[in-house]
Ligand binder design. Sequence first.
Ligand SMILES: *Cc1c(COP(=O)(O)O)cnc(C)c1O
Length: 460
Amino acid sequence: MKHLYRKIPKIDELLVLDNVKYALDNYPREFVLEILRDILSMYREKIKEGNEIEISLNIISKVFDEELNKKGRFSLKKVVNATGVVIHTNLGRSKMCKEAIDHILEVANNYSNLEYDLNEGKRGSRYSHVEKIICEILGCEAALVVNNNASAIMIVLDTLCKNKEVIVSRGELVEIGGSFRIPEVMKFSGTILKEVGCTNRTHLFDYENEINENTVGFLKVHTSNYYMDGFVKQVNIEELRELKEKYDKIIIEDIGSGAIIDLSKYGIQTEKNLVQQSLKEGADIVTFSGDKMLGGPQAGIIVGKKELIEQIKKNHLLRALRIDKFTLAALEATFRCYLDEKYAVKNVPTLRMITYGIEELKDKCEKLLHKVQNISGFNITMEENVSIIGGGSMPKERLKTYVLDVKHNKLSSKDLEIKLRENKIPIIVRVEKNSIKLDIRTVEEEEFNDIYEALEKLRC
Ligand SMILES: *Cc1c(COP(=O)(O)O)cnc(C)c1O
């Protein structure tokens, strides 16, 4: 066996291999060296175990390519979302529109006027880049953006409600997921929570009975991924407005997903309220997410009364929650799409996927079926099914869709799901009662090939 050890090359001999040289130019040196060391120690290990193995520069060069291919991949990477869930929090929520991507690239590639006022030639505000367009689209007095909706609520409460009382209906003390719970957020921000009403029913008088001089106002929370049916009642903003005016209080609403265009003309039963409607009906501050129904980047958008937003802008917490330049770039571009509603529906991926017509989905699904139906070892059929929107948006709404039902001759559905998930470009599917569905709603035509290749690898 000793002679085999001698055959193991020195690292220096490997560094002159063409593919290693190429890697050295394109990856950190230490990263490449680590791969080489791992390969060599793997050989030593094999020899130690008594294996009769072949060693040559040629073989090592091939092994190096394989290892680099594995290790050179990023941890955060593209997946194909075949679940049909449009706003899938685990899969990155919303895809960006092309306008946003282009704008991110430009800002990433260059210096920018992020905090520089080009008119005055001095320091400017990063928030100014989106405030005007948000106000224009939503018809509000002022706007501010932070990291996400959770931080939006946090800074709103911290600024306006600290050590004061805020009245919330017991029916709206919800947990959104990812451990965002309204009572805890309130506690954390030093707001005194006054819960009123019952889980299923809250009346206007419940709110009124709880008002005192330490009350700042009322917090309304969209229950997002949760709904109640039957003997239920919540007080809406219009009704609360009476109290607000009578007692000089404010209304804050966490509207969550925050639709800003009415999708009912596309056959989608939109949220109870659009952001604009909430403001019109009397909310003084509304917060919502950038990456849910809006279809933009992760962000928390705070809109409403100028006087209140100005106070929030002065809160030092803003520095900790501040939005970065890529997000700002994406937000500005996304909001600009909304200047024309039709344009937004066509070009913002989240809206486009939600509003697909059933015929369009059918055509797309047939195309995918055509591409994959002859891979041997599979039985693939097309069927009607339903998708959900996700992201806590309209949890009751089911959208008609088409899916491919995929069965494998040898693999169970569970194993097939795992194989697809472990693919180089992971294909994330829906598992339904022992069968696998690829929902066409969230799959782009450019991804058909990724799916084809993943299935083709499992041919038998
Ligand atoms: C999603 C959601 C949040 C959290 O928003 P993020 O942008 O994920 O921080 C808060 N409140 C409601 C009602 C939500 O639906």
